[in-house]
Design a protein around this ligand. Structure first.
Ligand code: PMP
Length: 980
């Protein structure tokens, strides 16, 4: 079809004009239409019934993904008469798709690990959603039709692989496809199957700002899920010297969204090779048929090169990278090796055991400005300290390596030391700690390499192999080395070399424990790339498993925030969220401030756990002092638990006099449920809408914030929800609203299918958006609950201990005395300490013969910390500071509100403040609040938000904040408002 025909087709059916140009394509005829919006007109000249089904299915998929708001493109544009497909002539079909602007992934020569992971997440998200798509038998059949890009049919490519002109390429393609047919396909066929996109190639990914979009659903097939991952993975390393590294980064992203099994991972590299081999074979065939089609050759410069690089790559090392990518320890042999070494006592490396030698650690890290690098400097250090041996750390980030491979500025710079260095005078003999056989040795004589180095091979009692490496030995050690020579534990290996012979290092032995040589032989990394530390920790284990230096050898050098974030995606469950678009890496805290790894400070207005300020010296001292003296449990007499317990109960009104110590707010509320059940002999609970009481099963069941929120299953049978008495934007507002909320509570109590045991409420409902209960509500509610036979529980986990300023406990704002009070966050200033306070009567009902024992609750260290925190609150008059600073802050925000209607309500008490932001009476300013939080972050102020619409700023800083801290916040707030 010519452009003019396409143009008139477009006008007639879609009513669209625009500039028209033809686009390259492998199979169809494509035109780009540029105008107010851009489109692609696709013409399929020869359509059979299968293609027709496929095209309809594509439309269905695009619609399905569009509705789910997945980053895919295009969208199908209906004709004026609402058709998605039309027949321009008999046997041909046309459809119009939106065109996504942006550059193709393949146009950029380099991508960061984070970007590659992002791509993995995109492909996984698409395929995970496609797995939920219902398809008919007929559609499924169309997805299984003969198709050169269906990997399940890849063996058929062997019939024309002879057309590949480059003989090396041809050999690799044929070997890959034969291996696939014989060994991989039978395994692949047993793996979970679904509809997959099947074409995440580097020109089907469009980069737009920070967003990635997947386009082109023309190659969808029904195949094992791992094929979808492998197809996209095949293209991510095309331009790299180390494609397997990038494939692993991609797989990490994929797995973090759509988990892959070990079985799937273990054939992935072969599948990647099959895809690349298919690409090489297809290009050879197509080039024969159609030598002028540029599109066919787009990636053909890189593909054979990449296939060759992957083919050559050590298969164990590739698997280690993939295992690490999905969160497993890199080498599966590491665990048996570690287990074995922990069950034996190796012989001494030196003449004496380390415990008989006075040691000094040497610090060669970037943190040390005065590295003792020369032989003389080390000798001086030993003389000064009286040390007989120096120890250099494992996993230290070292500032001593030079040369191209060690360029410390690069993300993948090799600076993390994998051995332990043992330093003594030149000539010191080194002995084998374990029976072994010399596997390989050499004189690595390049400046700053190892000099004479030898690797011994060992095995565990179960036959699992592992290796030890000894670097920087003397030249005269070498004549005794022979490959295959056995050395018994305690046998001499060699002697430490002099600086001249060990190529520039003070005399020492680099001792390394390896679970694999990763195909690198004697050049196995002794220093790991700093962006692959988790990987190398799982291959080159801490040598101290053999050495047995009691004071330890692991430096745990800091890894980059990018690596922490990436490792976190697979090691920590994904439903633990992170704050901010670019999460920050906090390494220290002091007072009301937190500091990231670069030393940038952040005023912390979020953390009501650091009640008396981060790292408060009195709290730290109390913890350290008690920890160094004793920590046990409540089964022994100990003064501090009684003294501290009494101090807490004394801060509450009578008759609240019995305390239980637990470890978290959730545990406190969980115990409160048990106490209430024991006392009332019933189970019903009423909780306030949007309220949260913790994360254990029992307390999620009484937390409407969770059971009515995302992923929630609705209220359990024993729980009723009472409307939140929010006079600003709740169900009832205005005159008489409080009474309406009370009658709603009454209804909730009577709606319970079993009698009420407890009513749970905070006095300022935090997760609901800092909602201050209206005057009179709580006292009337307590009366009502008690009349129905229930107990009243005040959840003080967020707001207790002076935070609300006017009073010491939140419930005291309402002039009520609860039956049970639960305490948490502030008590331990970050140490896991929480408590339940109740009356002797309720405690007695609970004491029914079943022992209450809590391993950690009420231990002497926790009690000492709790006591210190409480005393700081008293001694520094922090309740008063909360009252004054809270008022100053609220007044400041209220005065900003005069000129900025987006600030709709300023509420709270003391330093527990909510600022509700609205665009108008009905529209919560959700996006604006998120924007403000990011803005404040950049200005060094941490804020959080909550409420059902996430439009309430929550301000709940450590109680020690000063006027200038508040001014800082007000300035930032005002700057942001000024920019609006
Ligand atoms: N109750 C309330 C009111 C809370 O806000 C929280 C925690 N945010 C909890 C209980 C649970 O405390 P924890 O996370 O210590 O288990």
């Amino acid at each position: 079809m010519r452009s003019e025909e396409a143009k008139s087709l477009l006008k007639k059916n879609w009513g669209i004009d625009g500039q028209i140009s033809s686009l390259p394509s492998e199979r169809d005829i494509n035109f780009k239409i540029s105008g107010k919006a851009n489109y692609v007109l696709k013409i399929y000249p020869k359509v059979d019934s299968t293609l027709k089904i496929r095209l309809n299915l594509q439309n269905k998929v695009l619609k399905f993904l569009e509705e789910k708001k997945i980053n895919t493109s295009p969208f199908v544009v209906p004709t004026k008469s609402k058709k998605l497909l039309i027949n321009p002539s008999k046997g041909s079909i046309a459809r119009l798709l939106t065109f996504h602007d942006g550059a193709a992934w393949g146009n950029k020569s380099e991508h960061s690990g984070e970007e590659i992971e992002q791509l993995g997440r995109l492909i996984a998200t698409v395929d995970k959603n496609l797995n939920q798509l219902k398809i008919s038998k007929e559609e499924r059949k169309s997805l299984n039709a003969p198709f050169i890009w269906n990997m399940l049919q890849a063996e058929s490519l062997l019939s024309w692989s002879s057309k590949i002109s480059d003989s090396n390429s041809r050999k690799i393609v044929e070997a890959t496809l034969s291996n696939f047919r014989k060994n991989i396909l039978p395994r692949l066929k047993k793996m979970p199957m679904q509809v997959i996109h099947n074409d995440g190639n580097d020109y089907n990914i469009i980069e737009n700002d920070e967003k990635l979009v997947l386009i082109d659903f023309g190659d969808m097939i029904y195949a094992p899920k791992i094929v979808g991952a492998a197809v996209a993975a095949a293209y991510v390393g095309l331009k790299s010297d180390d494609p397997v590294k990038q494939i692993s980064q991609f797989i990490r992203g994929y797995h973090s969204v759509y988990p892959l099994s070990l079985e799937e991972i273990s054939i992935l590299i072969e599948l990647v090779k099959v895809r690349l081999a298919s690409s090489v074979a297809n290009a050879a065939l197509q080039r024969g048929v159609n030598p002028d089609n540029d599109y066919l050759s787009i990636s053909q410069n890189d593909v054979p090169k990449c296939l060759e690089a992957i083919d050559k790559f050590d298969s164990n090392f590739a698997l280690f990278r993939l295992r690490n990518a999905i969160g497993l320890e890199a080498n599966p042999n590491s665990k048996p090796v570690r287990d074995y070494l922990l069950s034996i006592k190796p012989a001494n490396l030196l003449e004496k055991s380390f415990s008989d030698l006075k040691q000094v650690y040497i610090n060669w890290s970037f943190d040390n400005p005065e590295i003792p690098r020369s032989t003389q400097a080390i000798e001086d250090l030993m003389a000064k300290t009286g040390a007989e041996v120096t120890i250099g750390y494992y996993c230290e980030n070292r500032n001593v390596y030079q040369g191209e491979a060690f360029n410390p500025a690069a993300a993948s710079a090799r600076t993390f030391h994998l051995g332990v260095d043992v330093g003594m005078p030149a000539g010191t003999p080194i002995y084998a700690p374990l029976d072994g056989v010399i596997e390989i040795f050499n004189n690595n004589s390049t400046h700053l390499d190892y000099g004479p180095v030898v690797i011994l091979r060992h095995k565990t009692d179960k036959g699992v192999p592992f290796w030890t490496l000894y670097g920087h030995l003397s030249i005269d050690s070498m004549p005794d080395w022979k490959i295959g020579k056995e050395i018994k534990a305690g046998g001499l290996i060699g002697r430490m070399g002099k600086e001249e012979e060990n190529v520039g290092w003070p005399p020492h032995t680099h001792f390394q424990l390896l679970t694999d040589l990763c195909g690198m032989g004697i050049d196995i990394y002794g220093v790991a790339p700093k962006d692959e530390i988790a990987l190398w920790r799982g291959i080159s284990l801490n040598p101290n498993l053999v050495l047995g230096i009691e004071s330890g050898t692991d430096a745990h050098a800091k890894i980059s925030p990018a690596s922490i974030r990436s490792d976190r995606r697979v090691v920590i469950s994904q439903n633990l969220s992170l704050n901010f678009k670019n999460p920050i890496n906090i390494v220290s805290g002091s007072g009301a401030y937190l500091f990231d790894e670069k030393g940038k400070s952040y005023l912390d207005l979020v953390n009501n756990v650091a009640h008396v300020g981060h790292s408060h010296p009195r709290v730290v001292a109390a913890a350290a002092s008690q920890m160094s003296l004793l920590n046990t449990n409540t089964r022994y007499l100990h003064q501090s638990i009684v003294e501290y317990g009494k101090a807490i109960t004394s801060s509450m009104p009578d008759p609240l006099s019995v305390i239980f110590f637990v470890n978290s707010g959730s545990e406190a509320n969980d115990l409160a449920i048990r106490l209430a059940r024991a006392h009332t002999k019933s189970k019903g609970v009423v909780a306030l809408r949007h309220g949260y009481h913790g994360h254990t099963q029992a307390v999620v069941e009484i937390s409407p914030y969770k059971f009515l929120g995302k992923g929630g299953q609705g209220a359990p049978a024993h729980v009723a929800v009472a409307e939140l008495p929010d006079l600003f934007r709740g169900k009832y507002t205005g005159k008489g609203a409080t009474e309406k909320y009370l009658s709603n509570l009454k209804k909730s109590i009577s709606s319970l299918k079993q009698p009420i045991s407890a009513f749970f409420a905070e006095s300022i409902v935090s997760t609901a958006g800092q909602i201050v209960l209206p005057p009179g509500y709580l006292s009337a509610a307590y009366k009502m609950v008690r009349a129905a036979g229930g107990l009243c529980v005040s959840d003080e986990v967020q707001i207790g201990m002076g935070r609300v300023g006017e009073k010491f406990w939140g419930f005291e704002l309402h002039d009520v005395v609860p039956d049970i009070v639960t305490l948490g966050k502030p008590l331990g200033n970050g140490h896991p300490l929480a408590a339940v306070v109740t009356t002797p009567e309720v405690a007695d009902s609970f004491n029914n013969g079943m022992e209450y024992f809590n391993t950690f609750g009420g231990n002497p260290v926790s009690a000492a910390i709790g006591q210190a925190v409480l005393e700081v609150v008293y001694d520094q008059r922090l309740q008063l500071n909360a009252k004054n600073m809270g008022k100053y802050l609220r007044d400041g925000v209220s005065s900003l509100a005069k000129d900025h209607s987006i600030i709709a309500d300023v509420r709270g008490s003391g330093l527990f403040i909510g600022v509700e932001m609205m665009l108008d009476k009905k529209t919560p300013a959700t996006n604006e609040v998120a924007e403000l939080m990011e803005f404040a972050l950049n200005k060094g102020v941490l804020l959080s938000c909550d409420g059902p619409d996430n439009n309430v700023l929550k301000i709940k800083p450590p109680l020690i904040i000063t006027k200038s801290d508040v001014d800082h916040l007000l300035n930032v707030f005002s700057d942001w408002l000024g920019k609006k």
